[in-house]
Design a binder for this molecule. Structure first.
Ligand code: PEP
Length: 263
């Protein structure tokens, strides 16, 4: 039995004080829910403040990214060691915005993105997170062009294989995968629930090939891409969708709570 999970990705939104106020609102509701994991992923600078609030609640803390080295001359980076000091339990890895394949500044396919994320760096981050006992939320998903070209499943398979290369199958238990079609992120366009379910089932099948089907059965697979209160229930009712990774709608306590209820 997989416990549903709803994670809010705040991206570069909210000051630490604004984030604290939002989590204070969430506490009351989240503390009453025992059959679901609720995670907030604030910007790095807000983590210490939000960690203090989360300590009093069932809301778990996630980071939006990490670096794989423990320490050293890596200007602007944050290590997993630094994250666990604040009891960060989850970390998003390979989000399409860090893969550099999204938004108005989108770079041509195959070239270096803003954050120079690649399958290799994603793989290094996953291994480091698993080593430290932090749950990676691995994002995979196709662009509109890839979907139009009929290669969605191929793209996602390659992303999963690249991200999990050399990871011991037994470690896959500590993994969450988020299916996030790039064309649905922040656009208001949601993937049809039946199609999202088809892709998530395919993700589970590929995970079974990489590890073992029994392990894949226990991995939580989330859907992300313009999830709102109005579409969460149908998406989360799909057998292979175990919750959501929510961007914009996680910035509003009432909307986020309605989404959590949908799971
Ligand atoms: C995301 O950032 O992972 C995301 C899914 O964003 P949104 O919900 O705003 O589409």
């Amino acid at each position: 039995m997989r416990c549903p999970l709803v994670a809010g990705n705040w991206k570069m939104n909210l000051t630490a004080a604004e984030g604290e106020a939002l989590v204070e609102e969430l506490l009351h509701i989240a503390n009453e829910l025992f059959d679901i994991d609720v995670v907030v992923c604030p910007p790095f600078l807000s983590i210490p403040k939000i960690a203090d609030v989360c300590r009093r609640s069932r809301v778990k803390l996630g980071a939006q990214n990490c670096f794989w080295k423990e320490s050293g001359a890596f200007t602007g980076q944050v290590s997993v060691r630094q994250l666990i000091e604040f009891r960060v339990d989850y970390c998003i890895v390979g989000h399409s915005e860090t893969r550099g394949r999204f938004g108005t500044l989108e770079v041509p396919e195959g070239t270096t993105g803003f954050f120079a994320e690649s399958e290799e760096t994603i793989n290094l981050k996953i291994k480091t997170l698993l080593y430290h006992g932090v749950t990676p939320i691995l994002c995979v998903g196709e662009t509109l062009a890839e979907r139009g070209g009929g290669i969605t499943d191929q793209v996602i398979k390659a992303q999963l294989e690249g991200a999990l290369k050399g990871v011991d199958p037994s470690e896959l238990f500590g993994l969450v995968v988020a299916y996030e079609p790039v064309w649905a992120i922040g656009t208001g366009e949601t993937c049809d629930a039946a199609e999202a379910e088809r892709v998530c089932a395919e993700i589970r099948r590929v995970l079974g090939d990489i590890g073992e089907p029994e392990i894949a059965d226990n991995i939580r697979i989330l859907y992300g891409g313009s999830v709102k209160a109005g579409n969460a229930k149908e998406l989360f009712a799909q057998p292979n969708i175990d919750g959501g990774l929510v961007g914009g709608a996680s910035l509003n306590a009432a909307e986020f709570f309605a989404i959590i209820k949908g799971a």
